[in-house]
Each structure stands twice: as structure tokens, then as C-alpha cells.
Write a protein that binds this ligand. Structure first.
Ligand code: OGA
Ligand code: MN
Length: 290
């Protein structure tokens, strides 16, 4: 293992730089340091990484099996020979979108928590980024839970939340879904409000995203009031850090204990990222489960 490998926490609520490493050539000892640092810091950034799709997929797969990318507009993957790679971009060339998520505003979210087994991690590698704008912010959901007022903590004890499957993180209706579901009918997954992280054992607030969230067992008014209080706690809290992208940055986040969102992006600038997603082994477990 390279002796130069160094973990440098951002000093904010989460995030650390890993310095002195080329992700194309890490051994098991270096990977162990990286994985421990990831569990401690929730989000890791590796600057100046020269990763093609093979090396991005290889490094990502050290964390677990990879998800296949959602298909592009034409129903095929962006690159059928590398179905693990998603392209995120606002660039349009010859009338064709290079990638997904464009320049629409993204709200705080966890990825694909509308599935019973949401992904464990997502990785983004910056190919092309604007001077300013299009930064990505991350939120520490262990801290969100630790700092929750006692009354709110008691109110969510034993409760679960239904996570909406019908809209994207930018609020667009997904293909094949309708506008008009009732909360009971709307497709999605139900997860406890507080989960126990399978690796660290620590409790984390688990919210997914706000739009169309629903608390089974409460009236819509009661559930909405509870969700609003939880999201106010997030929005008023200081437990976040923003990644200002440079070309070559590789960022991995822990989807079980961190929220993320992309900040505003000037549509006249170019942003192009390659992305992978790591599967988890099991559905989230309630912090109060024995
Ligand atoms: C994602 C996502 C934000 C970004 O890849 O899941 O939300 O900054 N991306 O592109
Ligand atoms: Mn996302």
C-alpha cells in the first residue's frame, strides 16, 4: 500500500478528501483504509482521478455489486457495452441529450429509497464541469437524528414513511406513472424513519425526499405536519457540506446516512459526469428493531 494515502476530513459535518492515491491501482490494504474513512466521513472525495468507464466500474465494484443504469430516453443504456454507467449531463449535442438530470433543480434526496432495498452508495466522476454552479451538497443524517428535538424523536419512534416512486429527484413524473394516485395507492416503499446503519451500527434519520411522502397510520394532516417538522429540522440545520467540482474529482456517498442535492446550474455551461450505483444487501432496518 502507498504510504502517501492520507485521509483529510473537510472539517464540516461530513466529507473527507483521500489524498495520495490513484484509484486505478489500489490494493486491499488501501481499500480497507478507504472503506473505514468512508464509514467515518459518509462522503469521500478523490481529486485528480483519471478514470475511464472500466476503472470507474472496477473501483465502484469494490463496494459491492453494481446496479445497471436506468435506461436513456430511447429505452437503451447510454452505452450498451457498459450498462453500469449512467451519464449525467446538461449537454445537448446534435439535438440529442448526452445524459440525464439536465439542469433542472434537484431537491434534498436519497437515491431510489422508493425501492425496498435502496442503493448503498453512488459514485460520481467529473468529466466536464462549469467554473461555478452545479455543485453538490451532502447532509449528515446521523447528525440530523442526534440533534432532533426530543419531542420529534419520540413522535417518530416506531413510525415508518412511504417513499414515492413516481417522481424523479427533479420532480418530474416518471414514465408509466400517473398524477392522480391517492397516498395509499401511490407506488413506493415503506421504510422506518430511523434506521440502524448496517456497518456503523449508528442510528440515522431516513427521509428519502419530501414530495409525496406519506406516513401510513396517521391522517394526511398529521403526517404532513410531522414530515414538515422533520424537513424544517433538515433545512434549518448546519449539518451539510458542499462539493465544488473540479474535473477529475471522484466522489462517493453513503446513501443510507446522507442526503444530497445538486445546486443551481447555469444552462449555458457544460456539466458531464459518469456515475455508478452500488447495491445494498438488505432492506433498511429500524433503529428500534431488536
Ligand atoms: C445523483 C444526483 C447530483 C449531481 O447522481 O444521484 O443526485 O450533483 N446527482 O449531479
Ligand atoms: Mn441523486
Amino acid at each position: 500500500m502507498s504510504n502517501a494515502l492520507k485521509v483529510v476530513p473537510t472539517g464540516a459535518a461530513l466529507g473527507a478528501d483521500i489524498e495520495g492515491v490513484d484509484l486505478r491501482e489500489i490494493d486491499d490494504a488501501a481499500f480497507k483504509v478507504i472503506e473505514d474513512a468512508w464509514h467515518d466521513n459518509l462522503v469521500l472525495r478523490f481529486r485528480g482521478q483519471k478514470l475511464d468507464d472500466d476503472s470507474l466500474a472496477d473501483f465502484s465494484a469494490r463496494f459491492g455489486d453494481l446496479d445497471m443504469a436506468p435506461t436513456g430516453r430511447g429505452g437503451t443504456p447510454y452505452d450498451p457495452s457498459r450498462p453500469e454507467i449512467t451519464v449525467l449531463s446538461n449537454i445537448v449535442e446534435d439535438g440529442k441529450e448526452l445524459g440525464a438530470l439536465g439542469n433542472s433543480e434537484l431537491v434534498w434526496h436519497q437515491d431510489m429509497t422508493y425501492n425496498d432495498v435502496p442503493p448503498k452508495a453512488s459514485l460520481l466522476h467529473a468529466r466536464e464541469v462549469p467554473e461555478t454552479g452545479g455543485d453538490t451538497s451532502f447532509y449528515n443524517m446521523y447528525r440530523a437524528y442526534e440533534t432532533l428535538p426530543v419531542d420529534l424523536r419520540q413522535r417518530i419512534q416506531g413510525l415508518a414513511c412511504k417513499h414515492d416512486a413516481t417522481r424523479t429527484s427533479s420532480g418530474d413524473l416518471r414514465h408509466g406513472y400517473e398524477e392522480s394516485y391517492s397516498h395509499e395507492e401511490r407506488p413506493g416503499a415503506v421504510h422506518p424513519f430511523v434506521i440502524r446503519h448496517p456497518a456503523t451500527g449508528k442510528p440515522a434519520l431516513f427521509l428519502g425526499r419530501r414530495p409525496n411522502a406519506y406516513v401510513p397510520g396517521l391522517s394526511v394532516e398529521e403526517g404532513d405536519a410531522l414530515l414538515d417538522a422533520l424537513w424544517d429540522h433538515i433545512n434549518n440545520g448546519p449539518h451539510h457540506w458542499t462539493q465544488n467540482w473540479r474535473v477529475g474529482d471522484l466522489v462517493i456517498w453513503d446513501n443510507r446516512c446522507a442526503l444530497h442535492r445538486r445546486n443551481a446550474l447555469d444552462p449555458t455551461t457544460r456539466r458531464h459526469m459518469h456515475r455508478t450505483q452500488v447495491r445494498d444487501d438488505a432492506r433498511p432496518v429500524a433503529a428500534w428493531a431488536s
